[in-house]
Structure formats: C-alpha cells, structure tokens
Design a protein. Structure first.
Lengths: 116, 109
C-alpha cells in the first residue's frame, strides 16, 4: 500500500515570497491533516479535512495560510507571503476517517521549508 | 492545551528500560503515541482509547490513567532501534490531536 506522498521535499524561499505544498493521502482515507513542526517541537495541527470539508482550522494563520482539498483527495497548502518564522517542516497525514478522531494517523515524509 | 511530556530527554544503554510520561490538564478521551527518527516522519506506535487500557507489542507498551489524566509509555530491554523522539498526542472530545513537545531517547551500545 502506498503511503502519504508530499512534494516538494525541500524548499528555500525569501521572506514575502509565496510557496505551495502538495499532499496525496493514502487511497481511500477520508481525513487529511496538515501539521507544522518547528525544529525541536511536536507537530502542531494547522488544518484538518474530512473529505473536502474543514473539520478544524483554528490554528491556521488565515491572513497568510490557505489550504484546499478539492474532490476530497489530494490537498495543497499555501503560504503567501512567507515570514521567517514559517521555517519548519510541514507534515501531511491521513487517516481512514470513519469517525474523524481516535484514529491512527499516517504521516508523509514532510516538506522542509526554509525562509531567508 | 499542549500535553506535558517527561523526561525531555533520556540516554540509555542497550537492554535498559525507560518510562516516558504524558500528562494533560484537561480530561483525556484518548492518547496516541508516535516515534520520530531524525529527519523522518512520525510513525504510529499505539493508541489508547479508554481509561485503564493497556497495550503493547514487542517490548513497547503503554497505559492510560483516565483519572490522573496521564499516559505512560514503557520501553523494555531497549534496542538501538528505539532511538528517536517519542510524542504523545492527546484528544479531548473534539477532532483535534494535540501533540506534546516530545521526549528524546538515545540508546547506546
């Protein structure tokens, strides 16, 4: 079974530029998560989708971050404009999503973003 | 409210045991445990869904004390492959999993 795919794996941009990350969850998984992991910290949930609906985006900085999951499959996360403090690993995860919680989350390899 | 993990870091020799604790100030509905090796994605270890539940596979097990709002991860007879950062993730009745800051475990030969 193929795992969660993410691209790109690495990205270096200058502050005030924009960047987009892509995630393809495990086939058939209804729930998709985007996490931000700053060096030395645990993953912080940015947004959670169930199919193509948003379940939680309370910690998404909506003035600069946006995410969409068209057709309930793959997803993109965008930052516009980027700030220095956005330097982090952006992890995408998915779960079967039959109930939306208390489920095993399968993580992708992440995108390492460095903002200069 | 982020769960608190302790210790922050631990160094073991192969074959030694370790306990990692995860506590929350809010009522817990479930607790997840993940291990992340340097530069890699977190990998699921186990999830505990109700108070008093204990789970384990191989030499890694965990318990969930609902009344104390805490969970513990037990690593027995540690192996070099156990090295990494262990995260607990807590759920409090909503859909969101909140991860702790992690416990860094280093096992040396």
């Amino acid at each position: 079974e193929a795992g969660v795919a993410q691209s790109p794996r690495y990205k270096i941009i200058e502050k005030r530029q924009s960047v987009a990350f892509w995630c393809n969850p495990i086939s058939g998984h209804a729930t998709l998560y985007w996490y931000q992991q700053i060096l030395g910290q645990g993953p912080k949930l940015l947004i959670q989708f169930q199919n193509n609906g948003v379940v939680d985006d309370s910690q998404l900085p909506k003035d600069r971050f946006s995410a969409e999951r068209l057709k309930g499959v793959d997803s993109t996360l965008k930052i516009q404009p980027a700030k220095l403090e956005d330097s982090a690993v952006y992890l995408c995860a998915s779960s079967v999503g039959t109930i939306g919680y208390q489920e095993t989350q399968y993580f992708g390899p992440g995108t390492r973003l460095l903002v200069l | 409210q982020q769960p608190v993990q302790s210790p922050q870091a631990v160094i073991l020799r192969e074959g030694e045991d370790a306990v990692i604790n995860c506590s929350s100030s809010k009522a817990l509905y479930s607790v997840h445990w993940y291990r992340q090796k340097h530069g890699e994605a977190p990998v699921f270890l186990m999830i505990l869904l109700k108070g008093g539940e204990q789970k384990g596979h191989d030499k890694i097990s965990a318990s969930f004390n609902e009344k104390k709002q805490q969970s513990s991860l037990y690593l027995t007879a540690s192996q070099l492959s156990y090295s990494g950062t262990y995260f607990c993730g807590t759920e409090h009745g909503g859909f969101k999993t909140i991860f702790g800051a992690g416990t860094r475990l280093f096992v040396k030969a």
